[in-house]
Design a protein around this ligand. Structure first.
Ligand SMILES: Cc1ncc(C[n+]2csc(CCOP(=O)(O)OP(=O)(O)O)c2C)c(N)n1
Ligand SMILES: [Mg+2]
Length: 733
């Protein structure tokens, strides 16, 4: 249970003062300062607990027992380093310069809460001034982002020109700060080491020798689950000891000086470029997991008392007295000063205004750069200006060309994913022993050869790794383009794609953002693609506020929309239909290095008067085929609308067409039920009811996965004949 644990007041010991003495490098003044931060941290917890009981705040997570390791980090590292702390890191944040007042603002959910403006629960740190990047609740999602953050620091050091501010695209709003010898701190609990993303992050940090300090704050429990149930053998240090290139420390995290020394050694190792460090800090958790937990239900008194004997605050207080650094009067005075400061901070936080309900939708997307605006509406270059590029090219060709031109234009762009490099073993390319691969669909062919291996590279076979690292890089101002090889395998990245990337801006109240592009090969009609190489599922992602979702059907649109995706200030999921990559349908000449299409603008691919078909992706050519047949055979004129962009989508184009034709089909390749069409159909029914002469109809895949045998695939996915039948039935209604 949470109780106030004020360290006992001890008598002054009459010893000779030793003013020059240090404690693993910490001066006597620093020891006092450390005590002040640690005491403040504990007392902020205590005040929050009180405020929660008074229903002035709504949740509480304490950092009690973790104060020494946090202050040690704050003292050993630099303000220019980067921090991905977890919820027990209150003392770290205070040590870095965040204030108790800011934490109380967060607790009461005040408008001026610098961490989130009242959007996140307490202890979800995010302080721009201190390079503390916005944190969340899913355990472990911060770790891969920290790896990406460290990669960004290294990248900008190697490409300082890329860091310059440029106007006209997202770079205007994305200041880059970096130091050549910076490092990234990331912390997590013992239980969180069980998450796969932890291992993915350790692997990449080791492999790339990244300057990341991993800090496992091992309090022996993950809520009620003890460490020996989480971790094979009960000790994470032993399990990770085989990772190459790491500096390892296992330390008593309740001992300030020992913890400080561990950080000093680790930081030196990282800054010298040897690789990452791993600090396993044994700490205690005296206040249960959170205010919603009572650890007496699963921990006997005796065990809890053993922990209490190691309380970091008591330990430091005893040391201060033993070493004659502060006497009892000095400690009393320090504590009284802090108590007074906290009282003042609480009073001010309680008087702070709350956010107003009209602000809830602020910062879902960039307030600075609107990708639906005219700034993203540019014309293709005139055909005469294109020389040998005149010949119509496939969607695959134009995506490749667009990536190439954007990488030439913007040095912040890097590209990575599974198999995207031409050849990871560069020497084979250099010696011209091989031609290079450039993606399983060859969309990125030749890009590593032109831009080098630090701009185009293979990731491990780990999708969360791709999206998590991209998020970290983008937060620092890079423009990563991650590739998910098949939509069917996007799911390991789902935590990053739903709970992290699209939320960085909103949850931090616009303090941080992570505009990047995730390209995904999607879709079926492959003849043999079967279940796991044919899936759609776009509505899962259009359902995520904060994520732009684009789905072009032809080469020109792919080029224009991809460029908008790269230059805009929001995270974009860019869906590329595999079947359309090399289709004859929709080929085009390269529209030039500045061609852009704004998001949320549909294209009327065939005008008509009797009926509207709203669709996108690979159903566009099928709808056109059906429309031409029904016009020929039954003189029914169909307007075919290609949405091109699914979030945002072009409601005006839909409404104008339905008002004209009064009959509408929504068609997509994804399964019918709960699909993207359901939302469009519902909106039409709600807003355009009086303009309808017939019910809104949907054409989509059957509610099963795509089978291997082509006869089955044809039966499952919507065909031109299904569209034809639906058009005919609707016309006859
Ligand atoms: C992905 C995920 N699963 C479950 C939870 C619920 N949860 C929050 S904290 C926690 C335990 C974390 O334990 P540990 O990593 O040891 O950190 P500690 O709280 O002990 O410092 C759990 C299960 C969560 N937040 N995220
Ligand atoms: Mg724990």
């Amino acid at each position: 249970m949470a109780t106030t644990k004020t360290p006992p007041k001890l008598a002054v010991m009459n010893r000779e003062a030793a003013p020059g003495k240090t404690y693993e490098g910490l001066s006597r003044q620093q020891m006092i300062k450390a005590y002040r931060v640690m005491y403040t941290s504990r007392k902020v917890d205590d005040r929050e607990i009180l405020l929660k009981r008074q229903q002035k705040l709504f949740f509480q997570i304490s950092g009690a027992g973790h104060e020494a390791i946090g202050v040690a980090a704050a003292f050993a590292l630099r303000p220019t380093d980067w921090y991905y702390p977890y919820y027990r890191d209150r003392a770290l944040c205070l040590g870095l310069g965040a204030t108790a007042y800011e934490m109380f603002l967060n607790g009461v959910g005040a408008a001026d809460d610098p961490q989130s403006g009242g959007r996140q629960m307490p202890s979800h740190w995010g302080f721009v001034r201190q390079n503390v990047v916005t944190q969340s609740s899913p355990t472990g999602t911060q770790i891969l982002q920290a790896v990406g953050c460290a990669e960004a620091g290294r990248y900008f050091a190697a490409h300082p020109e890329a860091a310059k501010k440029v106007s006209g695209d997202y770079r205007q709003f994305k200041n880059v700060q970096f130091q050549g010898d910076e490092l990234t701190y990331v912390s997590l609990g013992d239980g969180t080491t069980s998450e796969g993303e932890f291992w993915e992050a350790m692997n990449t940090a080791a492999n790339r020798r990244l300057p990341v300090i991993f800090v496992v704050q091992d309090n022996g429990y993950a809520i009620s689950v003890p460490v020996e149930v989480q971790t094979a053998g009960g000790n994470i240090s032993r399990v990770v000891s085989g990772f190459p290139n790491f500096h390892f420390e296992e330390v008593d995290g309740t001992d300030l000086a020992a913890s400080y020394a561990a950080f000093v050694r680790s930081a030196a190792y990282c800054r010298e470029g040897h690789g990452p460090a791993f600090i396993h800090a044994h700490v205690i958790r005296p206040y249960s997991h959170s205010l919603s937990d009572d650890e007496r239900l699963y921990r006997p008194d005796e065990e809890r008392q053993r922990d209490a004997a190691r309380d970091p605050l008591t330990r430091l207080q005893m040391l201060l007295i033993r070493e004659n650094i502060l006497d009892e009067t000095g400690i009393n005075q320090l504590e009284k000063d802090v108590d007074d400061e906290l009282q003042d901070a609480v009073d001010r936080a309680l008087a702070a205004p709350f956010p107003t309900p009209d602000t809830v939708e602020h910062y879902v997307y960039s307030p600075d750069l609107d990708p639906t605006s005219a700034a993203f509406d540019t014309q293709p270059i005139a055909v005469e200006e294109t020389d040998e590029k005149l010949a119509p090219k496939t969607m695959a060709d134009l995506i490749n060309a667009t990536l190439r031109d954007e990488m030439r234009r913007d040095e912040r762009v890097v590209l990575f994913g599974e198999d995207v490099a031409d050849c990871s073993r560069e020497e084979y390319l250099e010696q011209k022993l091989v031609k290079g691969k450039g993606g399983v669909f060859k969309l990125t062919y030749g890009l590593q050869a032109e831009f080098g291996s630090d701009r185009v590279f293979n990731s491990p076979l780990a999708e969360a790794n791709i999206v998590g690292r991209a998020t970290g890089m983008a937060t620092r101002g890079m423009k990563p383009i991650g590739e998910i090889q098949f939509f069917d395998y996007i799911w390991p990245a789902m935590m990053q794609l739903r709970d992290e990337l699209p939320l960085i801006r909103w949850r931090s109240n616009n303090a941080f953002s992570a505009p990047c592009v995730i390209r995904v090969a999607i879709g079926g009609y492959l003849t043999g693609g079967a279940i796991y190489h044919s899936q759609c599922g776009e509505s899962t992602f259009t359902h995520i506020p904060g994520l732009r979702v684009v789905f072009p059907s032809n080469a020109l649109d792919a080029a224009g929309l991809l460029r908008t995706a790269i230059r805009c200030d929001d995270p974009v999921l860019f869906l590329e239909h595999k079947r359309l990559y090399r289709e004859t349908f929709g080929r085009a000449a390269y529209p030039g290095p500045d061609y852009m299409i704004p998001f949320g603008k549909a294209k009327i691919v065939q005008p008509g008067t009797d009926m509207t078909v709203i669709t996108y992706g690979a159903v566009v050519p099928r709808a056109l085929q059906a429309a031409q047949k029904i016009e020929r055979e039954h003189d029914i004129s169909i307007e075919v609308i290609d949405l091109r962009c699914l979030n945002p989508f072009d409601w005006e184009a839909i409404a104008a067409s339905v008002r004209k034709t009064n009959r509408v089909i929504v068609a997509h390749e994804d399964t019918l039920s709960w699909g993207y069409g359901a939302e469009i159909a519902a909106r039409i029914a709600e807003k355009l009811f009086e303009h309808l002469d017939a019910p809104v109809r949907r054409v989509a895949a059957k509610d099963v996965f795509v089978a291997y045998q082509p006869i089955l695939e044809d039966a499952i996915l919507p065909q031109a004949s299904d569209l034809f039948d639906a058009m005919k039935a609707l016309a006859e209604y």
